[in-house]
Design a protein around this ligand. Sequence first.
Ligand code: COD
Ligand code: ZN
Length: 376
Amino acid sequence: MDTTGKVIKCRAAVAWEPHKPFSIEEIEVAPPKAHEIRIKILASGICRSDDHIVKGKVPQMNFPLILGHEAAGIVESVGEGVTKIKPGDKVIPLFVPQCGECRCCLDPKGNLCYKTDIGRYSGLMLDGTSRFTCKGKLIHHYITTSTFTEYTVVDEVAVAKIDDNAPLDKVCLIGCGFSTGYGSAVNVAKVHRGSTCAVFGLGGVGLSVIIGCKVAGASKIIGVDINSDKFAKAKEVGATDCINPKDHKNPIHEVLAAMTNGGVDYSFECIGSTDIMVSALKSCYLGSGTSVIVGVAPSLSQVSFEPMLLLTGRTLKGAVFGGWKSRDYVPKLVSDMLANKFNLDGLISHKLPLEKINKGFEMLDKGESIRTVLEF
Ligand code: COD
Ligand code: ZN
């Protein structure tokens, strides 16, 4: 049945209010307006930042809403004026859009886009309205994506067309966690061949940083986590050593300095803790070490450290989405995966149907899963 131009009724996991489990509902998804694309979502990963919203850690967020931002699907229909993407194309929705026109998009160095809804949190399409309703109520969108639903509508600037051969249950991770970690290593830090690296936090994002360090040719990659159960997987994807701060009396930057002739070339904070951000900075070596903030700390928190750490040649950096300009690079990352430049299998620990979404979040909470991919 051709659904083009019609309202689609489908299942979605709706977050009605913070601190409540998701409820699976029948929703209505309006057709795409001009420069919008309606997508049938086939796989969506459960990411830590979705969990932050559920836990009410982003107070500006408008409820009810449909979360999910790490996904892949197939285009169902396109609105007027969409020329480069057509029904049947495989796509990844983008939580950092690329309009191609704003100051950031025109700057070859940055990857943010002024069209992003991160920070503004309107929960609406770029035209200021929503395409979702449920039981007669308006349901908000989430950071230009909303993927815990069988169908979603996304602005054209927030969609990347990918290779027809891409396995959607894997490449969904390129929509957030993988690209964030991998790009932090190869793009933001620019890890060089033969270098030493320390990765703090061995969740899906930290593991993706390790994959990036390995692809870049680092000779020593040290994983740091307070949960030693995370070490086996870290070694499987490329860590050469793993350390647990709980097993050491000395501060962790001293332990790392002893292992690396005075400090690592590159360190990565993949936890979201301001204390660890300082540890990571102290862990990189005097002269030219670089530390990259990857984790998102609680809003309004502050980091404080001795300026001498920077004066003596260290660099502190950060970026969202691994510094990738999304529409330009997501298709390339998918092609690199298909060419076996890296492998995402190790990052997916569980697969569940959409109905089991609450179970997926529970496992994330307990540290039992790396990435759970919901399949529709
Ligand atoms: N010392 C060492 N390890 C620790 C500590 C500590 N003090 N505290 C926690 N850890 C470990 C945990 O045991 C766990 O293994 C790991 O740190 C964290 O992993 P996860 O599974 O909770 O989380 P990830 O890897 O999926 O993501 C972590 C981030 C903090 C990077 C993530 O939440 C985040 O902020 N990412 C996104 C950045 C971004 O661009 N966001 C926008 C959309 S997502
Ligand atoms: Zn832009």
